[in-house]
Design a protein around this ligand. Structure first.
Ligand SMILES: Nc1ncnc2c1ncn2[C@@H]1O[C@H](COP(=O)(O)OP(=O)(O)OP(=O)(O)O)[C@@H](O)[C@H]1O
Ligand SMILES: [Mg+2]
Length: 342
């Protein structure tokens, strides 16, 4: 993999549209590269943008561009199945806990993929893609990944979790364990005396080792992904020329600084120079003030400005139109992949 482009910013500013437009333009400029566009927003809309049903499978959009709207849940179910099964078996074999009559059912119904926090599921899926494991059995080695991220708070967890995911998994396991402690407390003293505390020791030791190894694997993968995002990740923040979304990208810049390099800012939906309409003129003047503020704040970075188009940028043609509006007609792939400030 050569580059991971991540688009972030406030809701509704054009993150998905600019991600898709960038993907379509790069696929046109770089026909030999394999490009994947992923939506990490819960409310996926790549299908609407491309007017093709995409969903939870790698779907061809052009000759060398694919898209996916992952169902993080189904992936987490697959990925954690083994870990969950082993933990369950271990718990069932534990002295006391395993002997409580209701506990088996309780463990089976409580300790499931559904109970894993969504942020962790999304992060696991993100890692799977970046780790170039098979995506729904289809093996494609992508050169460039473009990720349409959710608004800032959820975006941060996607960066944060790989660094700390073993802690997250352990905390989640501990929470689960705490929730069954109540049941253990209710076991009468009589029960405790009947149960031999250390049966199945060898078997438990083996299982314990397997779980430990899986956790070590998870830790290593987290480190690998964090390093990858550090090395080839490129964040671009999208904003409109208004205060709330400008404030949001300043926060996003500060909160993501330790995980990924910020390489550019998109100022989108600028009102075109109006000929008559007084209202449009004052709206534009108002935007120009914010554009100047944004340029000042991010002066060391590439800033792309794009006007509000008359037609909704959807379908491949609409997205290409938006791409030229965003990057200009003479843009090269190199300038998109590694923007420089002149
Ligand atoms: N430059 C533009 N000109 C005209 N319409 C635009 C432009 N950029 C985006 N849009 C339109 O604005 C709307 C919001 O854009 P988009 O869905 O890309 O934003 P988003 O930041 O991904 O939103 P969300 O946070 O809800 O995911 C869409 O209808 C899109 O077609
Ligand atoms: Mg979006």
């Amino acid at each position: 993999m050569e580059k991971i482009i991540v688009l972030g910013g406030k809701g509704g500013v054009g993150k998905s549209s600019i991600s898709a437009a960038t993907a379509v333009l790069l696929s046109d400029l770089l026909p030999k590269k394999k490009i994947l566009l992923i939506s990490f927003d819960m409310a996926h809309n790549l299908s609407d943008l491309f007017k093709i049903e995409i969903g939870n499978k790698v779907t061809a959009l052009t000759n060398n561009l694919w898209g996916i709207e992952p169902d993080a849940d189904s992936y987490a179910r697959k990925y954690t199945k083994d870990l969950i099964e082993k933990m369950k078996t271990l718990m069932k074999q534990m002295p006391l806990v395993g002997k409580i009559p209701q506990i088996e059912k309780f463990i089976d119904t409580t300790f499931t993929a559904d109970s894993i926090p969504l942020a962790l599921k999304n992060a696991m899926f993100f890692q799977k893609i970046l780790d170039a494991e098979d995506v729904n059995t289809q093996e494609i080695q992508f050169n460039i990944i473009i990720a349409d991220f959710p608004p800032t708070a959820n975006m941060i967890t996607l960066f944060e979790i790989p660094e700390d995911q073993v802690k997250v998994v352990l905390k989640y396991s501990l929470n689960f364990y705490n929730s069954i402690k109540g049941a253990i407390r209710n076991v009468s003293k009589v029960w405790r005396n009947i149960i031999k505390p250390f049966d199945n020791y060898e078997e438990r030791r083996e299982l314990g080792k397997e779980i430990f190894n899986m956790i070590v694997e998870l830790e290593k993968r987290g480190e690998r992904i964090s390093d990858l995002i550090h090395d080839i990740g490129s964040l671009r923040l999208v904003t409109i020329a208004e205060k709330p979304s400008f404030e949001e990208i300043k926060r996003a810049r500060d909160l993501t600084a330790k995980y990924i390099t910020l390489e550019g800012v998109h100022i989108n939906m600028i009102i075109p120079e109006p000929k008559k309409c007084d209202f449009c003129k004052s709206l534009r003047n108002f935007q120009l003030k914010y554009i100047a503020d944004i340029e000042k704040e991010f002066k060391k970075l590439k800033i792309w400005q794009s006007e509000k188009l008359k037609e909704e940028p959807i379908g491949i043609e609409g997205l290409i139109n938006l791409a030229y509006e965003v990057y200009g007609d003479n843009i090269s792939a190199g300038e998109i992949l590694s923007p420089k400030v002149h």
